[in-house]
Design a protein around this ligand. Sequence first.
Ligand SMILES: NC(=O)c1ccc[n+]([C@@H]2O[C@H](COP(=O)([O-])OP(=O)(O)OC[C@H]3O[C@@H](n4cnc5c(N)ncnc54)[C@H](OP(=O)(O)O)[C@@H]3O)[C@@H](O)[C@H]2O)c1
Length: 343
Amino acid sequence: MALPHTHRSIRLAARPDGLPTPEHFTVAEAPLPNPAAGEALIRNRYFRVSASLRMMISGGVRDVDGVPFPVVRPGETPFEETIGEVVTAPEGSGLLPGDLVTHWHGWREYAAVPAAQCTPLDGTLPDPVAHLSHAWTAYAALRWGAEVRPRDTVFVSGATGAIGSMAGQLARLLGAARVIGSTGSQQKADRLVAELGYDSAVLRGARPIAEQLAEVAPEGIDVLFDNVGGDQLRAAVAAARNGARFALVGALSGQLAPDGTGTSAPVQLDSFQLLLKRLVLRGFSADDVPAAERARWPEKFAAWLRSGDLYFPHTRVTGIERAPQALCEVIEGRHLGTVVVEL
Ligand SMILES: NC(=O)c1ccc[n+]([C@@H]2O[C@H](COP(=O)([O-])OP(=O)(O)OC[C@H]3O[C@@H](n4cnc5c(N)ncnc54)[C@H](OP(=O)(O)O)[C@@H]3O)[C@@H](O)[C@H]2O)c1
């Protein structure tokens, strides 16, 4: 296939003061990247769009130790997990033209990527796009973060997002007796129950979450899978049974707050309750799980996808120029599951 001379990428035009709008981005046309020694030239096919990018473009991550992503400055292209096709590869890298790989140089049509940072896809999953799901993060947090057990009652905050939409289904597969999710709209609450294995849903922005949780889980919860923090974390403490386990996976209440830079999610908890109920709160990153466990995941995921026990809810948006709008829609909560830009 003849290569074009130029390609398009999205660049941050200006740092948003608050939440981003599509005007904070531009579509830039530039010569095709020229791979340096050790780099492969990749034609990108799909990249994920995640609300947490807000932290990187706000500049806030610069000031917070431990955030595993760099700041994105005006003029720079955001990054995100991506699936692309190898066009050229360095000799001895093991990559061949036509191979599909994952890497993190998204938001652009072509990328020069160090070959060592490209992970080849081996066709294990029935649809390669499922490699952009957050099913692994969800499974890892349930299994090693919250240590979900059969008959648990599990509350997933942020249940319709890329992670939460997999977490409810996976909690069920791990034996949970009852799974409750939170979301921002009644329409998505209905879909949590109809499509994603949830028994019931609570609505943020409506009545207090603690009040709603007391109604749908009168016996209390054993597990919190927390994507949100803030009021929902406090409500989960009130609803917790003795010995409940909380996996703190995300902090969307702070990351998507209109004020600030999205890098802090303060909440006041009653430490007396934490003590009396012997609660376990564990900050969790999927990167903490031993590599051997991670290596076993694709087979398990593929089997569940093929059997229909698990489904990968996602929306495909076509065209790189639509990525900024897609990001804003994810932040506004207009989608369910993972959002992927198809090139
Ligand atoms: N620990 C790890 O290993 C790990 C790995 C990756 C990501 N993360 C973190 O996990 C969290 C979830 O990631 P994700 O990719 O699933 O998110 P996502 O899909 O990008 O989440 C978007 C959803 O957030 C909800 N939302 C919007 N504003 C909100 C607000 N003010 N408060 C609460 N929810 C709001 C909306 O859903 P509704 O309208 O339905 O509420 C929206 O659809 C993030 O904090 C992310 O940084 C953790």
